[in-house]
Ligand binder design. Structure first.
Ligand code: P6P
Length: 339
């Protein structure tokens, strides 16, 4: 195997984000760069623990003792603690919302910064025992002018986020990030301890050949969803789409970002508001999808236009290739007209 010539111009995440900051000129104070560096460190730490988890029985339920007989924390609880501590210590945050915490954390004065971070520290963790890829998802709002930090600073449309990203923990750790001018993917080089730019300027193909839904919910799906799925399974022209569903949002979205197609977790007769959380699952993934040229919709509304009433509110999600999502929307429009 011919070794790739060693690159002597490694673009690390830190360097790339710094370059982004310099592009913004004086307006950028470097705070977002430092915040993203803190998030990057948490992803490295979680990646290490996910990898070790499969070795040292970290995946057990909270409250059990691990092989060393220590009181062990469930991996998602551990991941949450890692993120809360690192984000607080960064001095760049004012409000934190985590999937693991019932209430928002308002950072005390001495550590307070100007950003609000909403995150799912380890999404899909129910899959970890099976070795399925899982991930951290995060979105970042700037504090509203004059605010010293309250939950109202994150009960805002996803379109007001200044950055969003995820880190997928699998055979390698992939961090995918947008600060509002396109999407870039970085791969952790564990020997360097650096995320290296490996997927510059990710663009979702305008059309894919994959649909990604949990069809076990078909009997609950609203009519437009089943009508759309039938149209890609029994097409009048061309060949059927392939079904790919991992059941871990970060993995299903990552594949959709790179290969195209459509991912959906719609609201249905059983889950009236859908399953996925608006603030720290739907918004960040919708932000990334749009920045990569795709569409993210509830079926009737642009996801980023939604305004959450509470921090753990759920919403319907369809996202992916522009043409595929537009095909789905035609079935919603037809359904609306038939009423
Ligand atoms: P279902 C994982 O539990 C999760 O929150 C997302 O990562 C994933 O997309 C979804 O739920 C899977 O849900 O009902 O298909 O198992």
């Amino acid at each position: 195997i011919t070794e790739e010539p060693l690159s002597t111009d490694l673009i690390t995440l830190t360097r790339h984000v710094l370059h982004d900051q310099l592009r913004l000129g004086a307006a950028a104070t470097g705070d977002l760069t430092l915040l993203l560096t803190a998030i990057q460190v948490t992803s490295k730490f979680i990646a290490t623990n996910v990898r070790r988890a499969r070795l040292i029985n970290l995946v057990g339920l909270a409250g059990e003792t691990n092989v060393q007989g220590e009181e062990q924390k469930k991996l998602d609880v551990l991941s949450n603690d890692i993120m809360v501590n690192a984000l607080r210590a960064s001095g760049k945050t004012a409000v934190l919302v985590s999937e693991e915490l019932d209430d928002a954390i308002i950072i005390e004065e001495r550590n307070r910064g100007k950003y609000c971070v909403v995150f799912d520290p380890l999404d899909g963790s129910s899959n970890i025992d099976a070795g399925v890829n899982i991930g951290t998802i995060f979105g970042i709002y700037a504090l509203r002018p004059g605010s010293s930090g309250s939950v109202e600073d994150v009960l805002r449309p996803g379109s007001e986020m200044v950055a969003a990203g995820y880190t997928m923990y699998g055979s390698s750790a992939n961090l995918v990030l947008s600060t509002g001018s396109g999407v870039n993917g970085y791969t952790l080089d564990a020997s360097l301890g650096e995320f290296i730019l490996t997927h510059p300027d990710i663009k979702i193909p305008p059309r894919g050949k994959i649909y990604s839904f949990n069809e076990g919910n078909s009997m609950y799906f609203h009519p437009p969803v089943n009508a759309y799925l039938n149209s890609v399974k029994y097409p009048t022209t061309g060949s059927p789409y392939s079904a790919r569903y991992i059941g871990s949002m970060v993995a299903d979205v990552h594949r959709t970002m790179l290969y195209g197609g459509i991912f959906g977790y719609p609201d249905d007769k059983k889950s009236k508001s859908g399953k996925l959380r608006m603030l720290y699952e739907a918004f960040p993934m919708a932000f990334l999808t749009e920045q990569a040229g795709g569409i993210a919709t509830t079926g009737t509304q642009r996801i980023l236009d939604l305004v959450p009433k509470s921090i753990h509110e759920r919403c319907s999600v369809f996202l992916g290739s522009r043409d595929d999502v537009q095909d789905l929307l035609k079935f919603y429009e037809a359904d609306a007209q038939s009423k």
